[in-house]
Write a protein that binds this ligand. Sequence first.
Ligand code: G6P
Length: 609
Amino acid sequence: MCGIVGYTGCNNATPILLEGLDTLAYRGYDSAGIAVWDGEQIVMKKEKGQLANLKAIIENEPVFGVCGIGHTRWATHGEPSYVNSHPHGDTKKQLVLVHNGIIENYLRLKNMLIDRGCEFVSDTDTEVVAQLIGSVYSGDPKAAIVEAMRFIEGSFALAILFRDDPHRIYCACKDSPMVVGFGKDGAHIASDIPALLSYTRDVTFMEDKQIAVLSPEGISFFDEFGEWIDKPVVHIDWDMDSAKKGSFEHYMIKEICEEPVAFRKTAEQYVSFREMRLKGDCFPWGDGDAQSIKRIRIIGCGTAYHAGLLGKKYLTTLAKIPVEADIASEFRYADYVFEPGEVLLLISQSGETADTIAAMRMAKQAGVRTIAVCNVIGSTIAREADEVLFTYAGPEIAVAATKSYLTQATVLFLAALRLGQLRGTVSDDEVSALLAELEGLPAKMEALIEQRGDIQYFASREFSARHVFFIGRGIDNALAMEAALKLKEVSYIHSEAYAAGELKHGTIALIEEGTLVIALMTQRHLAAKTASNMEEVRVRGANVLAVTNGRLDDIEGHCSKVWQLDETNELLSPFCAIIPMQLFAYYMAVQKGCSVDKPRNLAKSVTVE
Ligand code: G6P
């Protein structure tokens, strides 16, 4: 969603802001703008569309100054246009600001401000905040922010430049992320860590209703009443290169290629491969949990939810515990009554997804224990959940999640294995055997990635497909859901996942001559069943591709092509099977000339409902 950057120091702010906006572009946007203090006035430049449009304007009319803010906007209130782009100001021209989030009571506030003489120029909720702060401002920026925050309902991350105090950036947050850091040449803010990595890896995460004041000398923090507070600095060990595309054409393919390393890095945090045992201390389960946990409810959105479906299978199979998995946006309004002994397991790469945060807070309010699987240290979910199992995927820039899915599945598998060990449903020998097999997976993943030319060739023949169906049973059904999501989000091809056994209850009516059906068959005990479903669609004209790690004679004759995977334990099969699915989505999108890393209408981090 929207991105915010800001800089105040001794260098020219404009290139720093533009570079930061470039780095945040992956979040998704449809217009961009900056505001810079040029020594005399605050100069604003903004434009609809790609950042290149804004850059072209700035090239013609350069802006120099040492303090500024910038924004990429993903339209919510008001269409993408010049007037609706940020920054926005107040009628008295005392300040300009950029905003992420949604102001829920903006219409009420707008009417009140119009009565007070404010003249609005845009359709945005953001302008309401600018006018509100302007209307209570009487020379003390911090006091005006404190006062304005009392009226605002909704979510916000704000970066504000006041004309009377032009070397400082004032920031405030609620339910929308903001990170600040001090580099060697000044202070920086951004809505996401990658935009700060060029300047510092020691950062501070702002929390609800806190205010930060950035000056060339340092950063101070205040609470919602304007009282000074001390805040911890968090060291981020992601390096710059991991947030750069390097020699790859797109982030998505780079991140797929990084999966074996991300997998190994994550697994090594929880497993001692030397001793072939789980590091018991790294899991949130204590001895008492084996009996006291009665049910686990898994919550996530998009790909994280799909990883949760794998987690459900792992926990039920290995720990023999009742598990439900829900989409956060549904769960938060489901009037759900938690039962004693229930644990909420939240899955989120960014740790900032609005619906997942809401579900977590609901559970916390009900006194329910929350455990998060999260990739970003210091993010809202990582801070607020009772316990966190981190994934070590490094920064994921492409909107389509790939390595985060794989590492989430890794952590879920290991957490289930540990809980099973404690509950006595998995023996120590079984644990060691599974870990030994797990250790060998990166080599298998690498081999799959090396053979990606075959998938590219297949995509070059199939990219004009209008509909693709992914079918599977059990774990393969969960995998099919992720494969279909990947394909539709990056290639815009209509794709659906169907439990293979459900096909006959409706979807088979859509199969016609040449429809591409991809059958996932990594579960040997279900292979014969899925083979029958493949045959049912084949005889109706479908072009069937099978992805299997089983025996070919099970499927021969039922499909026109097979992608053969190495044999693995069935529970571990998703770690390899997902890679060709991600590669297939990627190459289909490349063939179609789609914007692979930033698909239309999508955002990496969905920080509003
Ligand atoms: C968006 C992203 C997806 C991601 C989902 C959940 O839809 O485009 O890639 O899976 O949000 O994000 P989270 O950060 O909570 O895992």
